[in-house]
Design a protein around this ligand. Structure first.
Ligand SMILES: [Zn+2]
Ligand SMILES: [Zn+2]
Length: 195
């Protein structure tokens, strides 16, 4: 269950009414992408103002998030503090239904208010995911890993290299050498026994 659910029974439906929210809680699972996001259980601070409008509740807020991820090139940990702001309209279910009835396709994926609650998590997640890199890097020009030994190239001398031939190449050249003199394998259909 989400921990970012706000009780809005004390927010009057009258347009322009506001409620201020301050949350200080451990970050829930799933705030981010598969490779980077809010570290679950890390401190998450959210300050938001909820304002009643015609169709629902407007949410404007900011969150301080501790981001954890992994560099896609060298797998080094990435940890940083990030501030994310979000600005979303949560629709009353009847307002969203009215829009769908008018054929507004975007009404399919709007944020909805609960009967007495507003869940900040989807708005925060969307804003956070948009602000995060698709392919996180520990630094812009991370050298990644040596394909032969798996060490970080950034930690190795610039002239680092390996003399050994890739074993797959040795195996392949062996196969080619043997197969060249074998007439049966040259384009003739074989392997019929499995019928
Ligand atoms: Zn890296
Ligand atoms: Zn190497």
């Amino acid at each position: 269950m989400s921990t970012l659910v706000i009780d809005i029974t004390d927010l009057p439906r009258q347009v322009g009414s506001t409620k201020d929210v301050h949350l200080d809680l451990p970050a829930p699972q799933g705030l981010g992408t598969e490779v980077i996001g809010a570290a679950p259980g890390s401190p998450l601070i959210v300050d938001a103002t909820l304002t009643s409008v015609d169709d629902g509740v407007l949410v404007r807020g900011e969150a301080d998030v501790h981001i954890h991820g992994e560099c896609v090139r060298c797998l080094r940990d990435i940890d940083e503090e990030r501030q994310v702001s979000f600005d979303e309209l949560y629709f009353l279910p009847e307002a969203a239904a009215a829009q769908r009835a008018k054929g507004d396709e975007e009404a399919e994926d709007v944020f909805l208010l609960g009967d007495t609650t507003l869940d900040l998590e989807p708005a925060l997640r969307d804003a956070l995911v948009l602000s995060l890199p698709f392919r996180p890097l520990c630094r812009e020009d991370c050298g990644g890993l040596c394909p032969d030994c798996g060490e970080r190239l950034d930690d190795l001398p610039a002239d680092h290299h390996h003399e050994v031939l890739d074993p797959r190449w040795s195996a392949l050249s062996g196969l080619l050498g043997d197969g060249a003199s074998d007439d049966a394998s040259d384009g003739a259909p074989n392997g019929e026994e499995q019928s």
